[in-house]
Write a protein that binds this ligand. Sequence first.
Ligand code: SAH
Ligand code: SF4
Ligand code: F3S
Length: 448
Amino acid sequence: MAKKLYIKTYGCQMNVYDSARMADTLAPLGYVETDIVDDADMVVINTCHIREKAAEKVFSELGRLRRMKETRKSDQDKDLSIAVAGCVAQAEGEEIARRAPWVDVIVGPQAYHTLPELVSKLDPSSRRAVINTDFPVEDKFDFLPEEHTPRGPAAFLSVQEGCDKFCTFCVVPYTRGAEFSRPVKSIMDEAKRLIASGTVELSLLGQNVNAWHGEAEDGSTWNFGRLLYALAELDGLKRLRYTTSHPLDMHDTLYEAHANIPQLMPYLHLPVQSGSNRILSAMNRRHDRDTYFRIIDRLRDGRPDLALSGDFIVGFPGETDRDFADTLNLINTVNYASAYSFKYSPRPGTPAANEEMQVDEAVKSERLAGLQQVLAAQQRAFNHSKLDQVMDVLIERPANRVGQKAGRSPWMQAVHFNETAGAIGDIIPLKIVSATQNSLAGEPILSV
Ligand code: SAH
Ligand code: SF4
Ligand code: F3S
């Protein structure tokens, strides 16, 4: 009988992609995914270490799973296997094994292709997890089996892993390891398989996706812009996106791609973190605010309707009212369609965590609230600017509200509309009839 696998994913899109890939690795062992945790024979939690709150969730989740495992054992004499994957597993693997001895498997983001081997070593009587948090010399993508289930109309595809930038606040270079670019063929093959299974929109993923520089089949090295051009040639691929990009890795071919490739959607997530040159330098971002403005001007020259998104950190050590005002000023200059913002969270092992000039929690909260108010107003204004327009919407799934379907605009806005319009995977024109901060409502255009 099939064994049931439940995967809970925290963190970024790369983790979402990895979770699907982990399910692929376990499918040959007879594991079938379920949405119901109580049905599961194995639970994988795919974790995020980026901020303290994210990492803390893991231990409370593990507490719940321990109770579930014990109840199951006493009521049904049935085992539940528990695996911890992702960035907390990488950063705190040994601590998890010590603090949560009921965990069976611990696997890092670069080692999950070894899951079948780890799972086959499972010994329910053991009081010690099997751990693999190596950064193997081999490329995990060479060992992953093909996708087991279709990924749907809009799918993620990781092309780049890790990070060499070492921003002083960030754990990613430690949890995901050194920057690595998948070779062209491996990416193209996966893209073709996804398209053949019904995917029409691909989001290319990487912690610094535009730093990708992969080996082509003729032995030459391509840059990321070139990869976009090659993917745009694939029959059946209607939309392309990528995330997350770093300002330092913008390059000529990529600017040209935004101007010239119709499938490349007019939306870019380009985090800047702060608008203060002093703070940008302390963060080791290695560019200043004017460089960021120039990048955006050049992108908008080629694609005037480009919508921008970003990430911001408030309360980085040493941030003054003046620095914060510079961030607000940058936000007002750029005008974002959407953005994520966070209070600085000191992370063990990162340089900024040892800075003496930590900002008061109350000040952080106040600045975050101020910043989010400005960003929310920009997002509302952006969404309202689409009222009465007709736009193409990719239908992704049934909406949460009964009788409706949900999709995405070219600018990443969530759009909902009557379920009688189109089929999942179609791209249909809709007229936008209402807008809120978080979504749009559309109506089909009646053909005459
Ligand atoms: N590679 C991406 C971001 C990865 S992490 C980039 O370079 O832009 C996602 C976001 O989390 C970051 O952009 C940053 O805004 C936020 N973040 C990272 N470390 C953080 C920390 N220690 N405290 C608060 N926010 C953090
Ligand atoms: Fe973290 Fe900076 Fe690398 Fe982004 S570029 S993953 S913020 S170290
Ligand atoms: Fe979190 Fe790891 Fe992604 S720390 S943001 S899951 S790379």
